[in-house]
Write a protein that binds this ligand. Structure first.
Ligand code: MG
Length: 259
């Protein structure tokens, strides 16, 4: 009988751990040809993509940010988007760029107004700028805009640049979630940087360092995995009990988490 109760308790613990994985919509909730779900009228990193993500109650909606030569922070993924390289362009030039859904390329300042009206968290990726002083200014300006919008409690930060991560830890309010993306730092190194955890590509744990999954957990560091669109890989990481999965298919991931 005791053994049976123990087994039942273990099973319940496993179920709770699996259900703990949270969904992050990659570049918001947008829809590519052949992709499932309800994101019509959206585009990557658009205001619509945040609203669509918020409407399906995900944990977070991710965006990418760059700074223009005159210090304005824009929301877009690509280094060069429709002929415009944000980090080498003025805001006048950036303002002309139109997204695939007809929206103007958003300024972060305006994006935050939309986030303010929603509930889901915003995951901001600081892109790696060629000019490191421009990148440092970008980090400071992003933190300042988030503070002015009174959204400090609702934003997580991610970056491939270790310098950007370290600056975020230093300048953001204590306890702000900051995750490193580049996949090359060990649990010890990440802990030493003072980060909340990592946001690593799916292959890092599956192919290179399976031992890191447990080591990150043991050190109290959280794990996010990008960008997982295959149901098999989603199930693999749900079963591993990672805290977050970032996906272009948020509704598919939500349906797997309910099973
Ligand atoms: Mg990104």
């Amino acid at each position: 009988m005791k053994k049976m109760i123990f087994c039942l308790a273990m099973l319940m613990c496993t179920t709770v751990a699996m259900a703990d994985t949270q969904v992050v919509a990659h570049r918001g909730y947008w829809k590519a040809p052949g992709q499932s779900g309800n994101a019509e009228g959206s585009a990557q990193n658009s205001l619509a993509s945040y609203k669509k993500a918020d409407a399906i109650n995900v944990y977070g909606s991710e965006i990418d940010v760059w700074m223009s030569t005159d210090g304005v922070v824009y929301v877009n993924h690509d280094r060069v988007f429709k002929g415009c390289e944000i980090q080498k362009s003025t805001s006048k030039e950036c303002n002309k760029v139109v997204l695939d859904n007809g929206e103007k390329m958003p300024k972060l300042k305006n994006y935050l107004k939309t986030v303010k009206k929603g509930n889901c968290r915003l995951v901001i990726e600081i892109k790696t700028h060629k000019d490191k002083s421009q990148q440092a200014k970008c980090v400071s300006e992003v933190l300042s805009l988030v503070k002015k919008a009174k959204l400090e409690e609702r934003v997580d930060y991610i970056a491939f640049s270790a310098a950007a991560c370290e600056q975020l830890v230093k300048e953001a309010p204590k306890g702000t979630p900051v995750y490193y993306l580049n996949g090359d730092k060990s649990p010890e190194e990440v802990k030493a940087m003072g980060l909340t955890g990592v946001d690593y590509h799916q292959d890092v744990f599956m192919k290179k360092h399976p031992e890191w999954l447990q080591q990150f957990k043991d050190m109290g560091l959280k794990i996010n995995i990008w960008t997982v669109d295959s149901p098999e890989v989603m199930k693999y990481y749900i079963n591993k009990g990672v805290e977050f999965i970032t996906t272009n298919e948020p509704e598919l991931l939500i349906s797997l988490l309910k099973k």
